[in-house]
Design a protein around this ligand. Structure first.
Ligand SMILES: Cc1cc2nc3c(=O)[nH]c(=O)nc-3n(C[C@H](O)[C@H](O)[C@H](O)COP(=O)(O)O)c2cc1C
Length: 434
């Protein structure tokens, strides 16, 4: 590749639902469950020629001190149903649903994704996550609770079984019997759905452990990651791309797409100001105490969010929060937060704002376009899953103001050239094993 042909990027839109980045207090916020919200974001992303629209999954309302977590009180709908409805009001954009491999069955899920691929004329994608904890498992007696090592064994067999089913019809359009007998699944008989337009829906992977990364290298087309900074992104990128050869795959066969946030302004200074205001809304005084309680493992409602951090250490064994991933060893996190607060003279709320992440890309449209281009050129990403902070209008400005600049730079498409998600991603159709 020469300097005259800059590397192109892929873009996806993450629906801002019950993430801790979503700002619900903004007067422009709309429902996270009414169809019009999904439709607005998907159509906006399609207007911006994005590769795909993405839905996360939460299988149980999270709890904080025995109460439903603030962000979850509004609930969340089931993703494949939402995407089926979106298939009818969009033409080209890919439609990706996160669905776990721990509490489902491959025959049923392969059927549903193949059907979505037919309904959307080749635009379906599946983010195959393991998402198992005992708390979530209480909702799924048959799926049960799998410990860590078994989760990815099951996930790998799950995706392999789905692929056997997707491959099972002949090119002449006749079903052939499938006989799968594995450790986790037995499938005997014909598949109900003919070969779908993409052959196999696009498979995404999102776990970050070594097992998760190997699973991505062996079975996924895209890896969705949290490593959104330039340095961490490059290290992650090199790591997962380096795992592909062992599975007989080329580096281009797996696209690395970090989830990233952004704040735009007319100038860089205005964007910085807005970003500070957004962070203060994301971390309200009440959210700051909740974040502190999550680390310290005990009730800290008596603390002043504008005052100092607790002097005592966290209780590492306490389970105050259920259904959320912990941020690491509580003692280490507390030590880091205390050091930060001491060093910069920060209150509880200011420490949480500072420690729990800022927006990934902040600036004028020109600055953000330049930064995104630099990340891709530097080998930190093949593209981005953009996480707006407003439902559903949070992508409007990006599409209107940043996408044209990316096109001018020659790093983003000016039109869709194919009709399937695989073609947007430059991925070959899987070989039909006859
Ligand atoms: C960027 C990213 C997004 C994820 N999104 C979801 C999600 O929407 N629903 C879910 O149940 N798990 C989600 N997960 C969790 C993973 O599927 C996985 O269960 C978890 O990270 C544990 O696997 P690990 O130990 O390999 O990281 C996500 C993980 C990452 C890194």
């Amino acid at each position: 590749m020469t300097a005259a042909t800059p590397k192109r990027m892929h873009l996806a839109a993450h629906f801002p639902g019950v993430n801790n980045t979503t700002v619900w207090s903004d007067p422009r916020s709309r429902s996270q469950i009414e169809f019009s919200s999904f439709e607005h974001l998907a159509r906006t992303a399609e207007r911006g020629l994005f590769d795909f629209f993405f839905l996360a999954e939460g299988l149980r309302l999270r709890e904080h001190k025995g109460l439903i977590h603030d962000l979850d009180v509004v609930g969340r709908p089931e993703s494949l149903t939402v995407l089926s409805a979106l298939a009818a009001v969009t033409d080209r954009i890919g439609l990706a649903a996160t669905v776990n491999t721990t509490f489902n069955e491959p025959y049923e899920l392969a059927r549903r994704f193949a059907t979505l691929d037919h309904l959307s004329a080749g635009r379906a994608a599946w983010n195959a996550v393991t998402s198992s904890d005992a708390f979530t498992g209480e909702n799924f007696r048959r799926g049960g609770y799998l410990d860590r090592s078994e989760r990815y064994t099951r996930a790998a067999e799950f995706v392999a079984t789905a692929r056997e089913l997707w491959d099972s019809w002949t090119p002449e359009g006749a079903p052939r019997p499938v006989a799968h007998r594995g450790r986790h699944f037995t499938v005997e008989g014909e598949f109900t759905v003919p070969r779908s337009p993409q052959g196999h829906p696009v498979v995404i992977q999102a776990g970050d452990s070594a097992e998760g990364r190997d699973f991505a290298a062996s079975a996924a087309d895209i890896v969705f990651t949290r490593h959104g900074t330039l340095e961490a992104g490059r290290a992650f990128y090199a790591d997962v791309k380096g795992r592909l050869a062992a599975h007989g795959r080329e580096p281009d066969e797996l696209k690395v797409m970090p989830g990233v946030t952004f704040v735009l302004g007319d100038t860089d200074a205005e964007a910085e100001e807005r970003a500070i205001a957004v962070r203060r809304r994301q971390v309200s005084p009440q959210n700051a105490i909740a974040a502190l309680e999550q680390v310290w493992g005990r009730d800290l409602s008596g603390y002043d969010p504008d005052g100092p951090l607790p002097a005592s250490d966290p209780d590492p064994g306490a389970e105050l929060v259920r259904g959320r991933v912990r941020q690491g060893d509580p003692l280490a996190v507390a030590a880091r937060w205390r050091a930060l607060s001491r060093e910069k003279g920060l209150s509880i709320r200011q420490t949480v704002i500072e420690a729990t992440g800022r927006q990934s890309f902040i600036g004028s449209p020109a600055t953000v376009a330049a930064q995104l281009t630099e990340y891709v050129a530097a080998g930190a990403a093949d593209g981005f899953i953009l996480v707006p902070h407003l439902t559903p209008g949070g992508l409007d400005d990006f599409v209107d103001r940043v996408v044209p600049l990316l096109q001018e730079r020659g790093v983003f498409r000016r039109a869709y050239t194919g009709s399937t998600l695989r073609s947007h991603l430059g991925l070959a159709e899987p070989v039909w094993k006859g």
